[in-house]
Design a binder for this molecule. Structure first.
Ligand SMILES: [Zn+2]
Length: 313
C-alpha cells in the first residue's frame, strides 16, 4: 500500500519576520526533496481547511474564534515573543490541522498505509487555550482525537521526537487515559516542561528528556528502554508522530546531535509497532526543523522509511 504526502501552497503564505527560523523556505526545502524521482510513487494530496468541529476536538471554540479574529489584514502581529501572525496565517493553520485530519481519514480507511503531512505552522506547543512557540492549533492532537471520534480508534499513541518538548500536546492529553503522549527532547530547553516526573493523571504521559549534546545513540537508548515498551504495553490502534527534525546536528535552535539515519531508525521502530498493533496505520506530521539541509535530508530519510525502503542497506 502507498504512502500519502499532504501539503498545500497556503503553508508558504504564513509569513514571519526576516530572520525568524520558522519560515516558508522550510516547506520549499521539503517540497524540493520530495519532488525527486525516488518519491514519484507517493500519493499527493492538498491539505483542506479543518472544520470547526475538528479544531474543537483539541481547543475550545472561543479560542479558535480568538485566533481567527486576531489575524491581521496586513503586516504582522505578535502573539508572543516568537509567535507571529500574518494575513495568511489563519488559512495556513487551518490547512495544517486539516491536512492531519485528511491523513487520518485516508490511513484509517485503509486507502494508504501511512502518511506524512508537511505543513506549517507546526502544532505541538499549542495548548488547549494558548498559542505559543510558533504554534496555533495542535495538529497531532486533533489528528489523534479525530481518529477516535470519526474512526472508532480506542487508543492512540503519539510519539514526539522534536527537540523541544510538546507542552501543548501534553496539556491536551494530561487527563486522558486513551491517548499516550511520548516525547524525547533536549532538556533544559524551551519550553521548560517535559521532566520524566511529568506523567499525567492517568500515567499516559511518557517523557524521556535528553541532556544537551546527546547524540543518536542516547536517543535510541531512550526509545528502546522507555518509549517503545510503553507504547507496546499501551497497544494503540493508531500511531501519530510529531515529526520535528530540529534534533538534527545541523539545527541552529538546539543542541542535540541526531543524524538523518537516527530519524530513519525511529521511523522503522514506529512502523514495526504500527504493523504489530495498528495494521500499519501511522500518521506523521511535521513540527520543527530549522536548518534547511538538515530538514530536507531528515525528511527524505523519514519518508523513505515510511515507503518501506531501508536505506541503511
Ligand atoms: Zn522544535
Amino acid at each position: 500500500m502507498p504512502t500519502l504526502y499532504v501539503t498545500h501552497p497556503a503553508a508558504l503564505a504564513h509569513q514571519t519576520p526576516l530572520g525568524h527560523p520558522e519560515r516558508p523556505e522550510r516547506i520549499r526545502a521539503v517540497e524540493g526533496v520530495l519532488e525527486k524521482e525516488r518519491f514519484a510513487s507517493l500519493i499527493r494530496e492538498k491539505a483542506p481547511m479543518a472544520e470547526m468541529e475538528s479544531l474543537t476536538l483539541a481547543h475550545p471554540e472561543h479560542y479558535v474564534i480568538g485566533i481567527r479574529d486576531m489575524a491581521p489584514r496586513e503586516g504582522l502581529i505578535r502573539i508572543d515573543e516568537d509567535t507571529v501572525m500574518s494575513p495568511g496565517t489563519y488559512e495556513a493553520a487551518l490547512r495544517a490541522a486539516g491536512g492531519a485530519v485528511l491523513a487520518v481519514d485516508e490511513v484509517m480507511s485503509g486507502q494508504v498505509r501511512n502518511a506524512f503531512v508537511a505543513m506549517r505552522p507546526p502544532g505541538h506547543h499549542a495548548e488547549r487555550s494558548r498559542a505559543m512557540g510558533f504554534c496555533f492549533f495542535n495538529n497531532a492532537a486533533i489528528a489523534a482525537r479525530h481518529a477516535q471520534s470519526r474512526h472508532g480508534a480506542e487508543r492512540v499513541a503519539i510519539l514526539d521526537w522534536d527537540v523541544h518538548h510538546g507542552n501543548g500536546t501534553q496539556d491536551i492529553f494530561w487527563r486522558d487515559p486513551t491517548v499516550m503522549y511520548c516525547s524525547t527532547h533536549e532538556m533544559p530547553l524551551y519550553p521548560g516542561t517535559g521532566a520524566a516526573s511529568e506523567q499525567g493523571e492517568c500515567g499516559t504521559i511518557v517523557n524521556a528528556p535528553l541532556a544537551t549534546g546527546s547524540d543518536g545513540a542516547a536517543f535510541r537508548e531512550a526509545m528502546e528502554t522507555i518509549v517503545l515498551p510503553r507504547i507496546e504495553a499501551f497497544s494503540p490502534d493508531l500511531i501519530v508522530i510529531s515529526a520535528g527534525f530540529d534534533a538534527h546536528w545541523r539545527d541552529p535552535l538546539a543542541g542535540l546531535n541526531f543524524t538523518e539515519a537516527d530519524f530513519a531508525w525511529a521511523t522503522w521502530k514506529m512502523m514495526d509497532l504500527a504493523d504489530r498493533f495498528c495494521g500499519g496505520r501511522l500518521v506523521s506530521v511535521l513540527e520543527g526543523g530549522y536548518d534547511l539541509e538538515g530538514l530536507s535530508k531528515s525528511v527524505a530519510a523519514h519518508v523513505d522509511a515510511l515507503m518501506g525502503r531501508d536505506m541503511r542497506s
